[in-house]
Design a binder for this molecule. Sequence first.
Ligand code: GLN
Length: 505
Amino acid sequence: MSNQKNLTTNDTWFFGHPKGMVTLFFTEMWERMSYYGMRALLVLYMTGAVTGFNPGLGLSQIDAQAIYGIYVGFVYFMVIPGGWLADNVLGHQKAVLIGAIIIALGHFTLAMPLTETFFLGLILVVLGTGLLKGNISTIVGQLYKPGDSRVQAGYTIFYMSINIGSTLGFLICSYLGEKIGWHWGFGAAGIGMFFGVLQYLNFRHLLGEAGNKPNDMPQAQRDTYIKWSKITAGLMIVVIALGLMGIIGFEPKAFAENFAIFLTGVAFVYFSYLFLFAGLTQVEKKNLFLLLILFIGAAAFWSGFDQSASSLSIFARDYTDLSVGGFVIPIGWLQFANPVFVVIFAPIFAGIWMNLGRMNLDPSLPVKFAIGLFFMALSFAVMLYAVQLAMEVSPVGMQWLIITYLLQTWGELALSPIGLSAFAQYAPRKYIGQMFGLWFLASAIGGVLAGLLGGEALDAGLESISPVFEFMIQYYLVIGLALVAVAVFGIAKSADDAKAKAAKT
Ligand code: GLN
C-alpha cells in the first residue's frame, strides 16, 4: 500500500509524470481513435445513397445531422451517470475497463454490414464512452497529490493522447470507410479500441490506487446504490429494446430539440443544487460560479467545433476539391487539420500563457474562453467566404476548411485543455467525479446544437448555409463579449485569484 501511495505522489517516471500516465495515455489514445474515426464516417454514411458503391442509409440532411447531434450529445451526457457509478459502485479504474470493452463491442456491431444493428452499435458506444471518458479524466488528476503543480501539465499530456488518437482515427477509419466500405471503417475503430483494452489490462497495475476504489460509505448504502443501478440498467434495456423494435417512435429533429432542452434543464438543476443544497463553503461557491461561466462558454464553443463531422464534412464532400496530385483524399482526412494543429500549437499556447503569466498578464479563465469563442466566430467567417465562393464556382480549394480548422484549433487551445483542468482544480472536492460530468455536459449541449444547426445549414444546399453560419458568428461574439465583461467587472474570479491578489497587496 505504501508503495502504491508513492506511485500517486512523487513518481516522475513518465517525462516527469507518474507511471500511470502511460496507461491512461494509451487507453485514451485508442478510445479517441475509435470515437473520432467512426464519427467522421457517421454523417457521410447516413446521408450516402442507398445504392451504388458503398451504399449508405439515404437519410435526409436534417435527419442525419439530428441523429449525429443526439449521438454526440448522449456520448457526453452519459459521462454523468458513468461518473456516479464509478464514484459510488465500481471505482474509476473498473469503470474505464468495462467502458472500453462496451465501446469495442459497439464498433464491432457497427462493423456488421447490416442497417438493422446500426442504432444498437451507436447505443453501445454511447454507454461505453459514458463509463470511460469522464472517469479516465478523473484518474489523471488522482495520479497526483492534491496541490501538485504538475497536474495542469499532466492534463496537457493527456490532451496530446486525445489528438494523436483522433489523427489515427481519421487516417485509418476514413480511408477504409470511404474508399473500401463504411463497415470496414467502423471495424477498424473497433480494432483500435480492442488494442486499448489489451494495453489497459496489461498496464492497469501502473495506476496503483489512483481511482481504484469507489467512495467510502457504509455497505448498506452501497447495496442500495447497487440495487438502484441494476433497476435503472434494466429499465434502460427495456426502453432501448422497445426503441430498436420500433415500438417507441423516434423523429430525429424533434427528439434532438427536446434533448437540447432537457440537457440545459439538467445543467440548471445541477448548478442550482450545488449552489443551494450541497453545503458548499463561500470559497467553493465562488469557484462554482466561475465554472458556471466557463460552462456557458464551452457549450457555445462545442456547438461550432462539433460541426467538423457534420456541416463542414458535407461541405468538404459536396463543394470542395479533394484531389492532391491525382489522388482524391478521403473526406475525413481534412479533419486531420485539427489534431495536427493541436499537437503543433499546444506547446506554443502553453508558452504564451507562461510568458504572459511571468509578466502578470496571464488572461483570466473567462477571457481565455472568450478568446476561444472569438476564434470560433472567425473560423465561421472564413466559411462564409468559402460558401460565397462555392456559390460562384464549385468546388472550392481545401485551404478554406484547413484555415477554418486552424482557427478553431486556436480557439480550442484557449478553452478546452484549460477548461478540463479548471474543472479539476476548482470543483468542490466532494463532487470531483461529477464535475467532469458537468464539464462534459457542456460538450453534450454543444454536440446536440451542432447537429441541429448543421441540419438547418444544409437543409437547402448552399443557400441555407450562410444565414445559419451568420447567426452562429453573432452568438459566439455575444457570449464572448459577455465573458470579457464578466472578467473586466471581476464577477467571476476563482477564490485562488482573489487570494493571490490579496497576497500581492
Ligand atoms: N477534443 C476533446 C476530446 O475529444 C474535447 C471534446 C469535447 O469535450 N467536446 O476529448
